[in-house]
Ligand binder design. Structure first.
Ligand code: AMP
Ligand code: ZN
Length: 483
């Protein structure tokens, strides 16, 4: 199966061809661990998880590397402001190291609650300072840097392709159209590779380096760690769309300056989760965390389903109505899966006929730049089709779920709940029996049977059993009915 992916570099869909047959090297920019991840950040990690699972579905062995930024990311991406970790430390009275450890753990907890697969390598910036120093030394030796005010900067005028990812206007770049407060820079688009005390007095994470005691600029960590774990040339680099104009643009400049060759083949970017019309962002204060959703009773997978409902390259506005709809759909999926399991304890691994057609549709939509909304629609059509045998449905749905990862394989009787209509019918039946209207009571029993719900009367009230088969047995009793 050939995947067509949208490459931000060049802005076009192209067939994915790996550098090494059967293997994919993939790097994803990780979180800056100065606070909890917000659900906007998490949308990006769900998107990257889908990229990975789609590649695995196609049979590739994926080496997935993710950094953890625990130093050097300033409140502005382009060297303005102060270090986010230092700011958080000052505000909370905890050390930067405590903050990094606490929020890294919290992040990976959210990550696994969302069923995102752990990266093959998770690398912390502060564990790789020497790798960064080595890389900066190469960039310096090749003449791409200058020192000013104690900091070492990357000189974009030495790298003619600067801005090719973000399609930055060459004239504006030369004119330095960005507003810059750092007087040390020759061009506002130049960026720091290494900061020294000359700029930030309150930095507590400091290392010795050939340029003085200080700390690395934010961008260099991704170049150094990706090359360490994936080599100088690898397949896919992902992140949120905000990283295109500054972070990834700078990563490319310094990496390709160091190696003199193409660094990454495919650049994939996920669009924003919005709050109203604005990007969800900690700095704007308009953010929600995953635990704020689970505190309200949502399952983390409701949010995963919500994310899959929009293509990764379209903006997605968060709303609780939208999340409620995702929850209802996801629960509906789980119930159908549980029902199908009750009808067949086996999976038929060789889909044929209509089941195979649905699987082919799914693969077509997956191959079309990971079109998750269409893929989900394929899953629903499969599950609703009464002509497809249960064993085939089960096998195909589980295959699809190896990409969605909504935990469909875990659907079991606990997932079965009565929908509002079934509840209303049961209530009507209870009242009918109380009034001695057994004709209506039997009618309702038949209606419910037609919907896969068996009703029995017991001294405790009406007992409900779902679908056929012993494995599905679950009883729901309407309590105040004594008959
Ligand atoms: P950061 O910690 O700022 O480096 O962000 C971590 C990841 O979240 C990056 O890939 C960002 O591009 C991404 N991100 C930040 N805000 C949003 C948002 N509102 N929607 C989607 N992704 C986001
Ligand atoms: Zn990065």
């Amino acid at each position: 199966m050939e995947l067509k992916l949208f490459n931000t570099m060049g802005r076009q869909l192209s067939t994915f061809v790996p550098i090494r047959e059967g293997k994919v090297g993939m790097y994803a920019c990780g979180l800056t661990v100065y606070n909890y991840a917000h659900i906007g950040n998490l949308r990006s990690y769900v998107f990257e998880d889908i990229v990975r699972k789609a590649l695995e579905y196609c049979g590739y062995q994926v080496r997935h590397v993710m950094n953890v930024t625990d130093v050097g990311h300033l409140t502005g991406d382009a060297d303005e402001g102060e270090d986010k970790m230092v700011k958080s430390s000052r505000e909370t009275g905890r050390t930067v190291w405590e903050i990094a450890e606490f929020y890294t753990k919290a992040f990976f907890r959210d990550f696994s609650l969302l069923r995102c697969s752990m990266p093959t390598v998770v690398c912390k910036a502060t564990d790789h300072i020497q790798d960064m120093i080595d890389l900066i030394s190469i960039i310096e030796a090749k003449g791409f840097t200058y020192s000013a005010g104690g900091n070492l900067y990357f000189d974009i005028s030495r790298f003619p392709d600067y801005g090719k990812l973000a399609l930055l206007d060459q004239q504006e770049l030369r004119a330095g159209a960005r507003v810059e407060v750092d007087q040390g820079k020759r061009n506002p688009f130049d960026f720091a590779l290494w900061f020294t005390r000359s700029k930030f007095e309150h930095q507590v994470m400091l290392w010795d380096s050939p340029w003085g005691r200080g700390y690395p600029g934010w961008h260099i960590e991704c170049s150094a760690m990706s090359m360490k774990y994936l080599g100088e040339h690898f397949d896919i680099h992902c992140g949120g769309i905000d990283h295109v104009p500054v972070h990834h643009t700078n990563e490319i400049a310094q990496s390709e300056a160091a190696t003199g060759r193409t660094w990454v083949n495919y650049w994939m970017h996920g669009e924003f989760l919005l709050m109203g019309h604005d990007k969800m962002a900690k700095s704007a204060g308009n953010f929600l965390t995953l635990s704020s959703l689970t505190d309200k009773g949502y399952d983390p997978l409701d949010f995963r389903y919500f994310c899959l409902g929009a293509h990764y390259r379209t903006q997605l506005a968060f709303s609780f109505e939208g999340l409620d709809a995702a929850r209802t759909s996801r629960q509906g999926l789980m119930e159908r899966m549980a029902q199908i399991r009750g009808e067949s304890s086996q999976t038929d691994e060789q889909p044929a006929g209509k089941a195979l057609e649905y699987l082919n549709d799914f693969e077509t939509h997956l191959a079309d730049d990971l079109n998750m909304p269409r893929c989900l629609a394929d899953l629903w059509t499969l599950l609703r089709d009464t002509e497809v045998p249960a064993a085939q449905k089960l096998a195909v749905a589980l295959r699809m779920d190896s990409v969605f990862d909504l935990g469909l394989g875990h659907a079991k009787e606990e997932q079965l709940t009565l929908d509002d209509e079934a509840k209303a019918l049961l209530e009507e039946r209870r009242m009918a029996r109380r009034a001695g209207n057994f004709k209506r009571s039997d009618e309702i029993r038949n209606i419910l049977r037609g919907r896969g719900i068996e009703v029995q009367d017991s001294p405790q009230g009406q007992k409900v059993r779902f679908a056929a088969g012993q494995r599905m047995e679950k009883t729901v009793t309407s309590e105040d009915d004594r008959c």
